[in-house]
Design a protein around this ligand. Structure first.
Ligand SMILES: [Zn+2]
Length: 179
């Protein structure tokens, strides 16, 4: 489910790679049970388990499947539907602003992941045990957080300096993520 075709754009690969972050949309199909966390994965019901009996089969590996659609395959449309529902609950002016722009769905999805600190930065990968270091591989000097990746890294800064009018740069580089 969570593999992009080799010829997919980098943006799309990033989206697919990050899809599992939408926990509301992911359930687990249990095979031998080795990769499924009994209490925390939605393997039995739409909610994590509290008390149910589990029957394990020996042959098949556990698989993550997308419960946002009936066929179990990830689709951007179903992900956006989940995001919009979450955003409505948040009643957040930032999201009102984003939805009103009628941006492409991929951009909405990317913004949502970024605003919720769910981009697979090295800091997030390290926190999940998926990387050996949280450091940025470009500048190698600090943690690769969302804000570092998108704005504060030396490479990102050079791009932003050419885009943001000079008088506004000091304020731009001082703002927190959501602003
Ligand atoms: Zn960096």
């Amino acid at each position: 489910m969570f593999t992009a075709k080799p010829n997919a754009s980098n943006a799309w690969k990033g989206i697919v790679e990050n899809a599992w972050n939408l926990r509301e949309g992911v359930r687990t199909e249990v095979g031998n049970g080795k990769r499924t966390l009994f209490w925390y994965h939605n393997w039995a019901t739409a909610q994590p388990l509290s008390s149910n009996e589990l029957q394990l089969g020996d042959e098949n590996e556990d698989q993550m499947v997308w419960s946002g659609s009936s066929h179990g395959n990830f689709s951007l449309k179903s992900a956006i539907a989940i995001i919009r529902k979450e955003a409505e609950n948040e009643r957040d002016s930032f999201w009102d602003f984003v939805w009103q722009r009628n941006l492409p769905q991929r951009i909405n999805f990317f913004l949502w992941l970024a605003a919720h600190e769910r981009l697979m930065t090295n800091a997030n990968r390290f926190a999940r045990g998926l990387a050996l270091s949280a450091a940025c591989t470009i500048c190698d000097s600090t943690e690769e957080t969302t804000l570092h990746l998108l704005r504060d890294c030396s490479l990102a800064r050079s791009v932003w300096r050419s885009l943001v009018p000079h008088p506004e740069q000091a304020m731009f580089f001082a703002r927190p993520l959501r602003n």
